[in-house]
Design a protein. Sequence first.
Lengths: 245, 245
Amino acid sequence: MSATRSCMVRQFQYYADLSEADIELLDSLEYSPEKLPPERVVWREGGSANELAVLSEGWACSYYTLEDGSRLILDIYLPGDVIGLREFATSEHLATVETITECTLCRFPHHHLTDIFAKSFRLTRVFFAVATTQQSILVERMINLGRRKASSRIAHFLCEMHARLGRMNEHMGNQFRLPLSQEMLADIMGLSSVHVSRTFSQLYDDHLVERSRHNIRIPDMDRLIEHAGFSNSYLGRQSIIRDRA
Amino acid sequence: MSATRSCMVRQFQYYADLSEADIELLDSLEYSPEKLPPERVVWREGGSANELAVLSEGWACSYYTLEDGSRLILDIYLPGDVIGLREFATSEHLATVETITECTLCRFPHHHLTDIFAKSFRLTRVFFAVATTQQSILVERMINLGRRKASSRIAHFLCEMHARLGRMNEHMGNQFRLPLSQEMLADIMGLSSVHVSRTFSQLYDDHLVERSRHNIRIPDMDRLIEHAGFSNSYLGRQSIIRDRA
DNA sequence: CGGCACCTTGAACTTTATCAACCCCGGTGG
DNA sequence: CCACCGGGGTTGATAAAGTTCAAGGTGCCG
């Protein structure tokens, strides 16, 4: 058992205990680490989709650009996340994937995933759990976009980030770094960057969020959760996958 | 090979050729058909999630109700759709599922799905494809909610329904039944029902959509697609899953 | 020290929501 | 067979939320 365990393994172990063989299988996906500078395109919308990637370090995102030039960011990827799962059923990339900070990522071809399906029943279920958790994250974001007002959208997004980051590093406390410009935040939340700025000021006035540059501090997590209508159950349940009987 | 083939099998065959054994395995999920009247709750948000369902006949939907009483409809389920895949990684239902029209549906426990993972490599991949296609549908709807104006949202939704219905029954032509009230349409698209009404009138004035009661006619599909910014590639690619080499 | 990217603020405007009245139509009971 | 009832759809007036444009500020990097 190696001392340095990949983020993906850590993330997957959240859903199930993994055997040594499973861990080796997973690790084998990260065989080709690639270092990328900030704002580098990983793959572009429309390109043919025969690979996935694991993000080992850094932040990345996927986005979709509309005819009129406006943009929506679909996912924020953190270390340990699998990128491109959604495009498994499609032969071309539906969205552009781009690094946000400096990143290390490992691409691997589509069929390595199906090889895993063939080799490990347990990992199959965990991959399924990961894919469906990604779906739940999208659903929460849909609710954000469809039915919440700006201040709740931002509050909800901050809660989500806090929860997802906290899952990877315990004792994170009530502050964290959020390396996103207000324009990116706007494109995540379907708002204009101007309105994001105003709304942040308003959250500050209400003592819900403090922020300096890219650091976020949350003075009272409970009040923020309340304001956001946040529930973390959608992020998946720990050790959900067990052997039956 | 039986003459009456279930909708789910038809839907799955879209992604891959299935062996007789696979078809039997799939059919075995639909062992407990249940007839439900319109507007009957299948399961409720918060209830413990240890089952999935296949919709054999009728229309159903899932929705999520916010603290303030507003609602967002997350999915519209058509015959052949699998309901509850998203909650595979979670131990409780995140959304309420309810019939829209009279429905026939077959519930089955969670572990029947994992049994299939153990028994059929090919079906595993198809289930994965189905789950990821559902994700892509959510993403398109996210873009709708986040970045399109009301008339494009409605146009896009109509395009999606047209495409999904057309996949199940060829020669559908340019009209179809849409058994949804304007209030439901509003909750799908994150608008108020009043605004849906106004927007429909506007689409009618622009000769993009005709509608009487629950029947929709689309005089010029290409113009509607154009107006919606619709691309059907997100609905998954036919026969994407093949044996390698 | 200067420049540039990003953030902030203000003012005018657009889109959508809300409220309320009305209408249309289908179903029911007299 | 007709009058009434009720739910959903439509319309208008007004309000709220968010966008756009433009100008100015702030802080970081060379």
